[in-house]
Design a protein around this ligand. Structure first.
Ligand code: HPA
Length: 359
């Protein structure tokens, strides 16, 4: 493999000039730079990234620790992060915490050992001391999607979307369709996305004079199985909800399964809406009404904030709006919105639905 000395010999300049030319140093003449670039091309020279990082104390590598790589929201986020980083000359190492704080810490330690230039994190659980200590120790950190409230002594920009308006819009939509008994499958209260979505939902209900009884809050963990269990509990109530809002896409899929496995149908027997729009919500039966985040834009904005910080520029927090995407899982398009369906009454209105089979 050709080295920097071979390039210097071919271009007729010193090794130092090759290095400066490749780093676009202004002291190198255009002529010398052209000769260096031509020699690089002819010899197929690739700079040694390890040697460079020892010299510059930079690895041009970012760490991204996400809470669940199997959640399509985070997959899309990771893709945007990698793309934006590449366009700015950085590589990304991804760590999947799988919603486990111990795994999150393992990834943070490994990434620090690898001398990443900065860290993007969507904190698992309520975050860990190591995460905040990493920021305190001077590693540039940006929170994306989730953040750690109350960590006021660390200056960590937050790039996230605010779903409050979209949740309000969703509740107004459900109300317009005639639904009054509204339930939520919540994410873990320790995460900001878990707690904020319940609070936004509760506030939106209150604006319509509706309450959110404890029985209508299903405690989930952002995984499909918890959405299934919470929905089964809702369906077992003597007065089940008329509509369920799942606080993430995986729990919504679990809810769909639970409804189907009882021989019931969405939206005829129970309406369903989800936080996070994923590509296959268009293909489910029925297509799912969902709150869409600008996921790609969030990922790109998070990388820009982190690189700004790494390169010594000011970095600001960014909050982008989410929006409601209306499809057919809430009874849309049926005359009278939430009126009882043609094939039987909805559960919990005093009459047993046709095919309901309780365990
Ligand atoms: N968990 C699961 N899904 C999500 C989240 C989250 O924190 N944020 C956006 N989609």
């Amino acid at each position: 493999m050709p080295g920097i000395k071979d390039v210097a010999a071919r271009a007729g300049v010193s090794v130092a000039t090759v290095s400066r030319a490749l780093n676009r140093h202004p002291s190198v003449s255009e002529d010398a730079r052209s000769r260096v670039l031509a020699a690089v091309e002819e010899l197929g020279y690739r700079p040694n990234a390890v040697a460079r990082s020892l010299r510059t104390d930079q690895t041009r590598t970012l760490g991204l620790v996400i809470s669940d790589v199997l959640n399509p929201y985070f997959t899309e986020l990771a893709r945007a992060v990698e793309e934006e980083a590449r366009s700015l000359g950085y590589s990304v190492i991804i760590g999947n915490a799988d919603e486990r704080p111990d795994l999150q810490d393992h990834h943070i330690r490994t990434l620090r050992d690898r001398r990443i230039d900065g860290l993007l994190v969507s904190p698992t659980d309520g975050g860990t001391p190591l995460l905040l200590d990493t920021a305190r120790a001077g590693t540039p950190v940006v929170f994306v999607d989730r953040w750690i409230p109350g960590a006021d002594d660390v200056d960590v920009p937050v790039v996230r979307s605010d779903g409050r308006d979209a949740v309000r819009e969703l509740v107004a939509h459900l109300h317009r369709l005639g639904h009054r008994r509204l339930a939520i499958i919540a994410g873990p209260a320790a995460t900001t996305t878990g707690s904020e979505r319940v609070e936004a939902f509760r506030e939106a209900l209150a604006a319509h004079g509706l309450e959110l009884p404890d029985a209508y809050i299903g405690q989930g963990d952002f995984q499909a199985e918890s959405g299934r269990r919470a929905t089964e509990r809702f369906l077992d109530l003597s007065e089940p909800p008329e509509a369920v809002f799942a606080a993430d896409n995986l729990m919504a899929l679990g809810a769909l399964d639970a409804v189907r496995s009882r021989g019931l149908r969405v939206p005829h027997d129970i309406a369903l809406a989800a936080f996070d729009d994923i590509p296959w919500f268009v293909h489910t039966d029925p297509p799912v009404t969902a709150i869409a985040q600008p996921t790609g834009e969030l990922g790109r904005a998070a990388v820009r904030a982190l690189v700004d910080r790494i390169e010594g520029r000011a970095a600001r927090s960014v909050t982008l709006p989410a929006r409601l995407v209306v499809r057919r899982s809430c009874g849309e398009g049926r005359e009278g919105g939430g009126t009882p369906p043609e094939n039987g009454p909805r559960p919990g209105n005093g009459t047993e639905p046709q095919k309901r089979s309780n365990p």
